[in-house]
Design a protein around this ligand. Sequence first.
Ligand SMILES: [Zn+2]
Length: 213
Amino acid sequence: MNWCPTCRKSASAVTSETVRSSAFYLKFDFSREALKIFPEVAAIMKTEGAYKVSAVVWMTPLDTLVQVTGLAFHPSAMYVAVKAPTLEGTEIWIGALKLQENFERAGGSEKISRPLLTFSSGKLEGLQLKNPLTSELVTLVKSDQVPLEQGSGFVSFAGDATGSWMQLGPSTTESAEVLEELRDSGKLVQQTPLEQKVFRCGTCQNQTVLRFT
Ligand SMILES: [Zn+2]
């Protein structure tokens, strides 16, 4: 459902336009607590000599990154943990099995690796990960609106405590400073060009978001 956060109601007479923008693959690191709740991943981290575990999250609009209140995964998808060699050291990345090629290529891999762990998405529910910009903890919730045709199987949303809507739109201002900070701290996997349909509310013309609860 297209929801207008400005009018605070479902948007009628929605108009759409295609915009060129960027999609971002960002790392949301597992918190200490999350590793305790998901010991299989913590064990892999140890075996592989990795220094952290991150969910690769697709398409967080950079200018709303500070407002992110949660992350969503797809309830019926399988997820994988893979080894990711980076400049900072060995890392473990988590993403949807179906999109493994996508997010590994985004990270610069030429070959697709053998997953270290394959698991059903239920394992992810309620885990708390760190916002790459603010280090604030955000909670993983399920949503069947999470795309499985592109991205990584994780998307971010901003909204109230129940996580009532998902940010699908691209950044309106791709803040160069934020981008630089994320790049410097090793939290950016990749920036890719994106052509996307943006929906606008017929009443106020502001961009709508997809409501999923
Ligand atoms: Zn509106």
